[in-house]
Design a binder for this molecule. Structure first.
Ligand code: NAD
Ligand code: WQD
Length: 372
């Protein structure tokens, strides 16, 4: 039982223990008590959607983000969706003193760690920046959590840790062979967090390997807006549909897949967000280390995505089959059975909804959070 200082109130379920002048009183309240969850990178694409899912599940998200790849105006949008904006701390996850202050200032029940860099090509060009942000950032965070006695951590890993898999669907026990510094940075953090949990069994850690997150919140108020020319398929298709780009270059039409184009496991970002809430609830139940794929278990080709997007938007997407993109894997999709068995979570939104929601966001916000 935690004792409050002065007349501060400490949640103990619906009963409150109130400490005043060294005397204890128990009072009852109808006020909703919620756990605060620190969401690093919470202003970004997946983090912002997860803040919505956390609020809907009764948690209080607290965002820490350096805004390196996001926009502060996401907070107003989160307020419109959830009724209030999350507390926002602008800062870097590598800033240990800042983290210590955050943990000291308010009770944090757990951390969802999204903050990191994610562009594969940049990681090849500048590996040290990637290892610093993704690996060192995770180490600084874990050390601050340890010092603060916060031992519940959900980590954004990636299906990229599998590299080019032997077969699909990929189970979690498949070989781990990341093919670039970005992927290796995720695997290093997975391994370090595994070691941490084995060193102290009170840690509650989930390593979530996402496949290809796409889509947007159904309100169309938040979504993905990459800076510059998009690397990823769905943002590129969206920008062609809205007239910002002339045509999609399909990276390879001669793969050993049904229509010759690359196949991936696209997963709706709100399904992913709900997966994080499910992982958090699971971690709250018992200590341990859980490694899970979050995907749909189904692959879709580039041309299938284009067709689904044309159906959803009523727009024609001009395409041109170009050369293969160096480093691309022909086809892979995940096996989400363990996530279902462990968390009771499965992706519920299909490709048509992913495209419809991406289109709603893109149409309403062609310049992202910039005013139109
Ligand atoms: P994003 O770039 O939209 O979000 C990341 C957020 O973290 C941004 O708001 C950025 O400003 C912030 N950030 C980066 N470095 C930081 C630092 N050192 N300190 C504080 N804030 C920092 O990316 P996303 O798509 O939402 O991805 C979130 C996480 O999920 C990343 O760790 C990424 O590697 C992982 N992931 C993404 C995908 C994907 O395809 N989007 C797939 C698998 C895994
Ligand atoms: C999907 C398919 C392309 C763009 C990347 C990262 C991975 C993960 C998710 C974080 C492929 C094709 C794409 C275009 C195209 N991120 N394509 N024209 O490569 O599966 O995964 O994002 O962890 O680490 O590597 O996603 O969206 O780039 O590509 O034809 O303009 O679309 O060749 O077949 P990818 P993607």
């Amino acid at each position: 039982m935690i004792l409050a200082q002065g007349s501060e109130r400490v949640p103990t379920g619906r009963a409150l223990l109130v400490a005043q002048n060294r005397q204890l009183f128990v009072t009852f309240t109808t006020e909703k008590m919620t756990s605060s969850i620190l969401v690093t990178g919470g202003a970004g694409f997946i983090g912002s959607h997860t803040c919505v899912a956390l609020a809907a599940a009764g948690y209080t998200p607290v965002i820490l983000d350096n805004l390196g790849n996001s926009d502060i105006r996401v907070l107003e949008r989160l307020a419109r969706i959830s009724g209030s904006a999350p507390r926002f701390i602008e800062g870097d996850v590598r800033d240990r003193a800042l983290l210590d202050r955050v943990f000291a200032e308010q009770p944090i029940a757990g951390v969802i760690h999204f903050a990191g860099l994610k562009a594969v090509g940049d990681s090849v060009a500048d590996p040290l920046t990637y290892y610093d942000n993704n690996v060192n950032g995770s180490f600084v965070l874990a050390a601050a959590m340890k010092a603060a006695g916060v031992r519940t951590l959900i980590f954004s890993s990636s299906a990229t840790v599998y590299g080019d898999p032997d077969s699909s669907p990929i189970p979690e026990h498949a070989a781990l062979r990341p093919a670039n510094p970005y992927g290796r940075s995720k695997l290093m953090v997975e391994q370090a967090l595994g070691d941490l949990q084995r060193s102290d069994a009170t840690w509650r850690i989930a390593l979530l390997r996402y496949f290809n997150p796409v889509g947007a919140h159904e309100s169309g108020l938040i979504g993905e807006h990459p800076q510059g020319k998009p690397n990823n398929l769905m943002p590129f298709v969206c920008q062609v549909a809205v007239g910002l780009r002339d045509k999609l270059s399909v990276h390879g039409g001669d793969y050993p897949t049904p229509d010759g184009t690359g196949v991936r496991d696209y997963v709706h970002v709100m399904d992913l967000a709900e997966g994080h809430v499910a992982a958090l609830k699971h971690a709250e139940k018992q200590p341990g280390l859980t490694t899970l794929n979050l995907g749909t278990g189904e692959g879709a080709s580039v041309l299938e995505v284009v067709k689904a997007f044309e159906r959803a938007s009523g727009q024609r997407i001009a395409c041109e089959i170009g050369p293969r993109r160096p480093g691309d894997v022909p086809a892979y999709w995940g096996d989400p059975a363990l996530a279902l068995a462990t968390l009771g979570w499965r992706a519920r939104r299909g490709l048509d909804q992913m495209c419809a929601d991406s289109w709603r966001w893109q149409q309403g916000n062609p310049r992202g959070y910039e005013p139109r």
